[in-house]
Design a protein around this ligand. Structure first.
Ligand code: SF4
Length: 365
């Protein structure tokens, strides 16, 4: 196919995509070749990732609105997160919404014909009594509205996951963020193994998994490939890929390792490794992908409409315009996204699923 320098270990990106569509599982060496590829190959790499994305998701773009039900007040020290215990970042701090507030949000989601409602909190993990409170609210929401429920509550114990599953929670968001090897570099108050344990108890309880990463924290290419393959092994349903936006006051303040071409290669890696999984361009896309944001939707099939955009309505509208300009079709994920989109343009809307949270690491990047 090419006049460019595709690494010898991968004959061509198109051929690799075809093999993946035929059932081949991406190897670690192939994953490294994706990240190490030259910028001259980028269009061919994106085209190959698009072939896979198109097979499973056609030209649909699922949109999600990021929101927090509890902010700050966290004892953990995840270095990328503005809510971490060592952070001096100036952020809002509030505790978990009460039952009436959570129910009101569910009604709003139902009235807006959203398919999914998210309950998201910061913190290491919930107490048993918080789990019971969430389970009670979820039972009411399920009975009254029948919404798909996604929760992000931090580290979960087996009995807590079972309680949530029994109450009707469909999906849990809990991000791995980086590789096993690099995890200690970004957090010392809990381990990679702790996070894996939560993913396992969620699976054992029969719930879906939304589990993502943050790139640009100082990890090497091997780390990124390892976590992409780890997620492939777990067959998670959704992967938010965050790009570090180093927030002043956090341990990673001033760390700016990423460029837009590498961000696109990372998205291609996750698509090759997880061909039929929803891949979301998540936190940090504006500052890291910059003028190349539109290209991210060739490997990825999902996008956050960030909450701060609600105070800058023009920017949310620009996201919708970008997707329309690509010739892609918008699928809204939750009530707020639907409202924003309806305000932008009156088109038939389909429901989707949403997730993303502080504790999952999604918004912290
Ligand atoms: S990512 Fe979650 S657990 Fe870690 S500091 Fe932020 S809110 Fe706390």
């Amino acid at each position: 196919m090419s006049t460019v320098d595709v690494p010898a270990r991968v004959a061509s990106w198109t051929e690799l995509a075809q093999r993946i569509l035929d059932g081949h599982k991406l190897t670690r060496e192939e994953g490294l070749a994706v990240l190490d590829s030259s910028d001259a190959e980028l269009l061919q790499l994106l085209d190959a990732a698009w072939q896979i994305r198109e097979r499973y998701f056609a030209n649909k773009v699922h949109l999600y609105f990021l929101k927090n039900a509890k902010s700050g007040l966290c004892p953990e020290d995840c270095g990328y997160c503005s809510q971490n215990v060592k952070s001096t970042a100036d952020i809002e701090k509030y505790s978990l919404l009460n039952e009436q507030q959570i129910l009101a949000g569910a009604k709003q989601a139902y009235d807006a014909q959203a398919r999914t409602y998210c309950i998201v909190t910061s913190g290491r993990g919930p107490t048993n009594s918080e789990v019971d409170r969430v389970a009670d609210v979820v039972r009411t929401i399920k009975a009254d509205y029948g919404l798909h429920i996604c929760c992000c509550l931090g580290l979960l114990k087996p009995e807590q996951a079972e309680t949530l599953a029994a109450a009707g929670v469909d999906r849990i968001n809990h991000n791995l963020n980086t590789s096993r090897r690099y995890y200690d570099e970004i957090c010392t108050t809990h381990t990679y193994e702790d996070r894996l344990d939560t993913l396992k108890v969620v699976r054992n309880a029969g719930m879906e998994l939304c589990c993502g990463v943050i790139t640009g924290m100082g990890e090497d290419h091997g780390d990124l490939v390892d976590v992409a393959l780890e997620l492939a092994g777990m067959k998670v349903e959704s992967i938010p890929v965050n790009f570090l936006n180093p927030i002043d006051g956090t341990q990673l303040e001033g760390k700016r390792d990423l460029d837009p071409r590498f961000c696109l290669k990372a998205l291609c890696l996750f698509r090759f490794a997880n061909p039929d999984t929803e891949i979301r361009v998540a936190g940090g896309r504006e500052v890291n992908l910059r003028s190349m944001q539109a290209m991210s939707l060739y490997p990825a099939n999902s996008l956050f409409v960030s909450d701060y955009l609600t105070t800058k309505g023009q920017a949310a509208s620009a996201d919708f315009q970008m997707i329309e300009d690509l010739g892609f079709e918008i699928v809204t994920g939750d009530s707020r996204t639907r409202e924003l989109f309806a305000a932008h343009q009156s088109l038939p809307l389909a429901g989707g699923c949403s997730s993303g949270s502080s504790c999952g690491g999604g918004s912290c990047g």
